[in-house]
Design a protein around this ligand. Structure first.
Ligand code: NDP
Ligand code: OXD
Length: 309
């Protein structure tokens, strides 16, 4: 089979060797290439900012587009893409997200910013609260949200999860649907957003929903920038309704230098690094889907194009 790597020149040197090794390991005979006649391509490997075509109609024998990213909002709405689209679910990506979320939840929980800022020779003990006193809302209970929620629950945080459809997950108190959001936010002292960018999640955290939080709650957004109404968040930070925000993803990336988030004393900006797809592990996910294409088996992690994720 002919597999077009259309994820860009910069990624090719990082991915070529792991992909070839994973294909061999999976017993897939594939011609992995950077350029091909579209009519001869059996599968496309895609990443945002790569060199994937805008028009998929010439790819007449392509069986699937395989994304190296978990979030597929830039390609899922493409009307010319009639082939199945698969997103990335990778153990390395999940582990990275668990570490990022756990670190920033603990930082907010223990008030580490204030602890580090107060090294002035004053001996003033403040007893930190326990995780069991600090409910965390996990908005999104998919591959990443469920793993992060369970890691936090193992540390003792009560985890209130929220998803589109009803879910039943160990260690997480699960809620769903529009009514569930308010029930979760009203109790949350820390909110983590691991939702995809879709029409339904656009501006989910806005003036009204932020007002449901207990005053001073912390927000951690490694999901997507579109989940947040930025003006509403800045107003909530200024009023103290939101105590601090750690933001990894933005409507415009890189975040423009003049954006008020950079200078805000209670905002931490990280440059879309919460979790990275790791070629060593993710290449196996791609190879397994190529094996399934060759064998005519159902694909892993297929995107529901109507839902948008
Ligand atoms: P999944 O598709 O596995 O999970 C998405 C979750 O969001 C599901 O629980 C889904 O509900 C829920 N959801 C979707 N729409 C709604 C809605 N309208 N209302 C309530 N819940 C909703 O995605 P992942 O966990 O793999 O990834 C989540 C997101 O994280 C990605 O889409 C991407 O944007 C972001 N990401 C960010 C990275 C970074 O470095 N910053 C790295 C990787 C991903 P249900 O369970 O009912 O389907
Ligand atoms: C992803 C991301 O979606 O890095 O994989 O944001």
């Amino acid at each position: 089979m002919k597999v077009l790597f259309a994820a860009g020149d910069a990624r090719w040197p990082l991915w070529e060797a792991p992909l070839r090794a994973a294909l061999t390991e999976a017993g897939v005979h594939a011609d992995l290439t950077r350029s091909a006649d579209p009519a001869e391509v059996d599968a496309i490997i895609y990443a945002p900012g790569g060199d994937t075509p805008d028009d998929f109609t010439p790819f007449t024998r392509c069986k699937a587009v395989l994304s190296l990213w978990a979030g597929v909002e830039r390609i899922a709405p493409n009307p010319t893409l009639t082939q199945p689209l698969c997103r990335m679910v990778d153990p390395g990506l999940t582990q990275g997200m668990v570490e990022y979320v756990t670190a920033h939840v603990l930082r907010a929980h223990l008030g580490l910013d204030a602890v580090l800022a107060a090294q002035d020779g004053t001996w003033a003990p403040v007893i930190p609260p326990l995780a069991s006193d600090r409910p965390v809302a996990m908005l999104g209970l998919g591959a990443l949200g469920s793993a992060c929620g369970q890691a936090l629950a193992c540390l003792g945080f009560p985890v209130l999860g929220w998803s589109r459809r009803a879910r039943d997950l160990p260690m997480i108190e699960c809620h769903h649907g529009p009514g569930g959001l308010r029930r979760v936010l009203e109790r949350a002292r820390i909110v983590v957003t691991l939702l995809p960018a879709t029409a339904d999640t656009e501006n989910l955290l806005n003036a009204e929903t932020l007002s449901w939080l207990p005053a001073g709650a912390a927000l951690i957004n490694p999901g997507r920038g579109t989940l947040i109404d930025d003006d509403a968040l800045l107003a909530a930070l200024d009023s103290g309704q939101v105590g601090q925000a750690t933001l990894d993803v933005f409507r415009t990336e890189p975040l423009p230098p003049a954006h008020p988030y950079w200078a805000h004393p209670r905002v931490t900006v990280t440059p879309h690094v919460a979790a990275e797809t790791r070629p060593a592990t993710a290449a196996r996910v791609i190879a397994e889907n190529l094996r399934r294409i060759a064998a005519g088996e159902p694909l892993l992690h297929q995107v529901d194009r109507e839902a948008g994720y």
